[in-house]
Design a protein around this ligand. Structure first.
Ligand code: IVH
Length: 730
């Protein structure tokens, strides 16, 4: 083995370069095993020659030291903040551009200003100090002039170079360089961390907690005194600018660039000197031949830093508005949180000219998005009973505007989830609503909890009918055992039976069903077909006209299809598409009623859970009786023809419909597609054939674009139907 210092240095450099390819460029050249072998060799050399080890060795990333507290250190150049603009898209960008043009004395006719548009990452600002290309210090922003030294923790962030790369033919690396950027946690890493934390808590580890959001978790990791723990909490990094820069040619400070000397020199600086240094740094960059922020970012990329790929050079207000709008849409599909975008004047000479107001540069502004998280209080926890008897705890919230809507409810799903989140009445909680995802409580602000509050308890009895509520072994849900004795379940069962895609009894609204059930006028869905004018007219707000409309729509629901009827019965796990598959396969209700689990399993997409549920449903005599009653009352369906050979033109295709179509309701569009053999799904995946996007399509459209799933507008959709409809007819 070659154990010269030169070999050691080459090995170290190679390992750093491979880490960069793997973590920053996402384009590794060697396998993990090859990397490990090289790494082990480095470790061995370091064991033999401990005197060789320095901060730029990959072995120094793993951490080890446990600190008592963090040192306060002075930044080489103040860390500024940015002015925030929250106005609507157009005016936010416009007023910034107007101000810039005015300060630069540009006339109307002069060309538009070029900006760099960046994401505003929702993490923590960090200042990285490199001396002669080696990372010697990392500090948090602190008060802007002094921050906390968190070097050991930051070294564990694999995306941050510990040794700068010198691109061939590129600029020389300045002896002293501060790189500014954001340390953040990816959502996936955050979820994994919280799962791990949850496990620790359930194992009884006292001092562990879960985190409310990635930003919070990133802050916790950076401020870990035990660097080994910090290293386990996968953090990421994006560079967005530079601080102090001293190239040899303009060595204004006259220091030797050792870590200790840097510290002394910094402490000796007066406020005035510190303030003038922003200008100095900009001039250093310009002397190096960099004339724009865009060039600076590219230079940083070449040194080994990750720069967000979304970062863009744009022209004038239109460019800014466009970027803000586009990122607002793409925000949900990013793997990390952003809370806005940042606009920066591109030209460095203009940045110099524009200068600063107090602690903010005039050349940059942050344009925020409406918050996706808000604080609110829990007014109560209500337990709701669903159609199948499932008990769901729901937190009632003081109304709060978040993610573009007012939220008053958030589901806690089930007992485990409610206890895991430990949400209590009176708690201050963080509510999150991202995209069109249902709102959720992400965490409780424990500091604000009232002392006398008690943990949530799942009721032992159904809150509606008081039958015992049971949670079967291995199940997460509690269920009311009252079945159709429970008016909540009865009501929901009837509501489902009458719903549009089931029996489609148009004039039978929710309020009316509620009254019918509460007054015991109807007990089962069969009773619907026994209703007469007189029994309806005694109800509130029921005149003869509306009562007879109700009867008419009940009457016309009698003629239906087997699939609709089957779906209307509300058999657990039998949704619309399963009902269609069953109807097609068996052809008659009697065949389905008498099918064994084995026979049911032969149906496309039917698994053991569905099969068992169907068998269990028809094993109950009162269900069979109900079906007989319905038949006797005149409910009938066109028995479907079993034609196994007929392959429909869109068989095997899956579509997702989003946005508003002009010529079709959602249901109509779905029916048309299904009649051609296609399936219609509610969420987009790689398997989706195409997304049909009407006006104001939102996140589903974005997801399709992100996954490369084809998108059809209404015109293309109509053409698709026309193409296949004719085929159907011949
Ligand atoms: S530039 C001179 N760019 O926003 C302007 N800041 O600054 C200095 N932030 O906590 C900051 N993304 O960490 C800049 N692309 C970006 C940013 C960004 C996030 C954070 C920064 C600081 C806050 C205000």
């Amino acid at each position: 083995m070659n154990s010269t210092l030169q070999h050691y240095n080459e090995l170290k450099q190679a390992l750093n370069a491979h880490a960069h390819r793997y973590y920053v460029l996402d384009a590794p050249l060697i396998s993990d095993a090859q990397y490990d072998t090289m790494y082990q060799e480095l470790e061995e050399l370091e064991r033999e020659h401990p005197e060789w080890v320095s901060g730029d060795s990959p072995t120094q990333r793993v951490g080890g030291a446990v600190l008592e507290e963090f040192n306060s250190v002075r930044h080489g150049q103040a860390m500024l903040s940015i002015k925030t603009q929250t106005d609507s898209e157009e005016s936010g960008a416009k007023s910034f551009d107007d101000r810039i043009r005015k300060e630069l004395s540009l006339t109307q006719s002069e060309q538009s200003v070029q900006y760099v548009a960046e994401l505003k990452f929702d993490g923590l600002a960090i200042n990285l100090t490199y001396l002669n290309g080696v990372l010697v210090r990392a500090a948090t922003r602190g008060d802007g002039t002094h921050g906390e030294e968190v070097t050991q923790n930051v070294r564990s962030i694999m995306q941050i170079p510990i040794q700068l790369m010198a691109p061939k033919g590129g600029l020389p690396i300045p002896e002293w360089l501060e790189v500014r950027g954001e340390v953040y946690m990816r959502r996936a890493d955050f979820d994994r961390l919280n799962l791990r934390q949850q496990e620790k808590i359930s194992q009884g580890l006292k001092n562990e907690k879960t985190f409310v959001n990635p930003r919070n978790a990133a802050a916790g990791a950076l401020r870990q005194l035990d660097s080994k723990i910090a290293a386990q909490r996968k953090l990421s990094f994006f560079a967005y600018g530079v601080g102090a820069v001293r190239a040899k040619a303009l060595n204004a400070l006259g220091i030797n660039y050792s870590h200790a000397e840097l510290q002394t020199a910094l402490d000796a600086l007066t406020q005035d000197e510190a303030a003038s240094r922003v200008e100095l740094s900009l001039n250093e960059l310009r002397a190096m031949g960099l004339s724009s922020h865009w060039e600076v970012l590219n230079w940083l990329k070449g040194l080994g830093f990750p720069v967000a790929t979304q970062t863009q050079c744009v022209e004038g207000v239109e460019g800014l508005v466009d970027f803000h709008e586009r990122m607002g849409r793409e925000r949900m599909s990013l793997p990390y949180d952003i809370d806005g975008v940042v606009y920066k004047v591109n030209r460095l000479d203009w940045q110099l000219q524009l200068g600063f107001v107090t602690r903010e540069p005039r050349w940059a502004v942050a344009h925020k998005y409406p918050p996706q998280e808000q604080f609110t209080t829990v007014l109560g926890i209500e337990v709701q009973v669903g159609r199948t008897g499932k008990l769901t705890p729901v937190a009632k919230l003081a109304p709060v505007f978040v993610g573009g809507v007012t939220v008053t409810n958030a589901t806690l799903h089930n007992e485990d989830e409610a206890l895991r989140k430990d949400v209590r009445v009176g708690d201050t909680v963080i509510v999150r609503r991202a995209g069109d995802v249902i709102p959720e409580i992400v965490g409780v602000v424990l500091e604000k909890r009232e002392v006398q509050s008690a943990p949530f308890e799942m009721p032992k009895r159904c809150p509606i009918c008081e039958s015992p509520a049971l949670r079967e072994p291995g199940q997460v849900d509690h269920r009311c055992t009252g079945e159709l004795f429970c008016s909540a379940q009865r009501m929901q069962a009837i509501w489902h039976f009458a719903s549009k895609r089931a029996m489609n009894i148009e004039d039978l609204g929710e309020k009316l069903i509620e009254q019918l059930v509460q007054t015991d006028t109807i007990k089962t869905v069969a009773d619907l077909y026994r209703l007469g004018l007189s029994s309806l007219m005694v109800l509130e707000r029921m005149a003869e006209k509306s009562a007879s409309n109700v009867l008419k729509s009940i009457e016309s629901s009698k003629a239906t299809t087997l699939a609709r009827f089957l779906y209307a019965l509300g058999i657990r796990h039998v949704g619309e598409s399963t009902a269609k598959d069953l109807a097609k396969h068996f052809g008659s209700i009697d065949a389905i009623m008498n099918a064994t689990a084995q026979q049911l399993l032969e149906v496309r997409d039917v698994g053991p859970v569905v099969a068992m549920s169907v068998v269990a449903f028809f094993a109950q005599p009162h269900h069979r009786e109900l079906i007989e009653q319905l038949r006797a009352l005149g409910v009938h369906w066109q028995e479907v023809q079993i034609d196994l050979d007929a392959v429909k033109p869109l068989q095997g295709m899956t579509y997702v419909i989003t946005g508003t179509l002009n010529g079709f309701s959602r249901d109509q569009a779905q029916d048309r597609l299904e009649s051609l053999g296609a399936k219609v799904a509610s969420s987009v995946s790689k398997k989706t054939t195409a997304v049909i996007a009407g006006a104001e399509a939102g996140s589903k459209l974005e997801k399709a674009q992100a996954l490369g799933v084809p998108v059809l507008d209404e015109e293309a959709f109509v053409a698709l139907l026309a193409r296949h409809q004719t085929q159907e007819m011949d």
